[in-house]
Design a protein around this ligand. Structure first.
Ligand code: PMP
Length: 293
């Protein structure tokens, strides 16, 4: 299916307290969020008309905003309500939800003292799968990125802030231009960190390992999956993992709101088990059921 361009669509966007026609939801080219990445956002999914962990996502949006010094001029309840109203106005059951807050165009420069704060929410239903469905089934092919996740005192790693995403877009571009689906990012110490927009897990028998989120986002999906598989009797250990250790694992998968659970078939030349018989395939089904329950 051809995905229509994101800057020319029917429907509405919630922008600064009002529902505006999708194609009129614009901002000026002199926007601090554009020039200096003064912007924070969220990525959420609704299933059967209801956003999964809506309040947790809103809480993170406000925490991210606070971290970068953006004061959102709405309450969390107002944002929660706006998201629900927008989904219902768009008539969606399953969709992706993108709230964003940014410093506007009132002043130019790094100073934030007079910057106006804007908030918008857009929803769309054509990210049924963040990765192509055939790639998801076969498992993704990852390449290690030359770009590293920085130290927590170098970038706001717990905030979903637009600035640090340039590392992700450069890594994704590196992967795709080399014929891979995604990139594995290491951190500033050389430990395995995550994918470009998702956390990573490794499986060996009944044991699951995932990197300690001390310099990247502790994803809401990551936390959900840890709880889900623990309930199923697996033991999950958060640990620092060096790249030369991953040959020890049988399987690997990514987790994220957009990616949900997506199996990995290889990282560089290291191969992992995927398909109907794999554990990650079962987890994919379990997660599918959980978010719709
Ligand atoms: N890491 C990065 C860089 C991400 O963009 C995302 C997606 N928000 C995640 C991890 C996973 O976070 P979540 O499960 O909360 O979507």
């Amino acid at each position: 299916m051809e995905i229509p361009p994101f800057d020319n669509r029917d429907g509405f966007i919630w922008m600064n307290g009002k529902f505006v026609p999708w194609n009129d939801a614009k901002c000026h080219v002199i926007t601090q969020g554009l020039h200096y990445a003064s912007s924070v956002f969220e990525g959420e999914r609704a299933y059967k008309g209801k956003i999964f962990k809506s309040e947790e996502h809103t809480k993170r949006l406000f925490k991210s905003a606070e971290t970068v010094g953006i004061k959102i001029p709405y309450t969390q309840e107002e944002i929660n309500q706006a998201k629900d109203e927008l989904i219902s106005k768009m008539g969606y059951q399953d969709c992706y939800v993108r709230p964003i807050a940014w410093r506007g165009s009132q002043q130019m420069g790094l100073s934030t003292s007079n910057a106006d704060i804007n908030v918008a929410i857009a929803v769309w239903d054509d990210w049924a799968s963040y990765f192509k469905i055939e790639d998801r089934k076969a498992g993704l092919r990852l390449i290690t990125s030359p770009w590293k996740r920085p130290a927590p005192d170098t970038a706001p790693c717990e905030a979903k802030a637009s600035g640090p995403y340039v590392i992700c877009t450069m890594s994704k571009e590196y992967a795709e231009s080399n014929g891979y689906n995604d990139a594995l990012m290491l951190d500033y110490r050389g430990y395995i960190a995550e994918g470009t927009g998702a956390n990573i897990f490794f499986i060996k028998d009944e044991t699951i390992h995932t990197p300690i989120p001390d310099c990247f986002l502790n994803g809401i999906t990551r936390q959900t999956v840890i709880e889900m598989v623990t309930k199923k009797g697996f033991s999950v250990e958060e640990k620092h993992i060096m790249p030369d250790e991953i040959t020890n694992y049988d399987e690997a998968f990514l987790t994220g709101t957009a990616a949900e659970i997506t199996p990995i078939q290889s990282i560089d030349s290291i191969k992992f088990k995927t398909g109907d018989e794999s554990q990650n395939f079962q987890f994919m089904q379990d997660y599918h059921d959980l978010v719709r329950s």
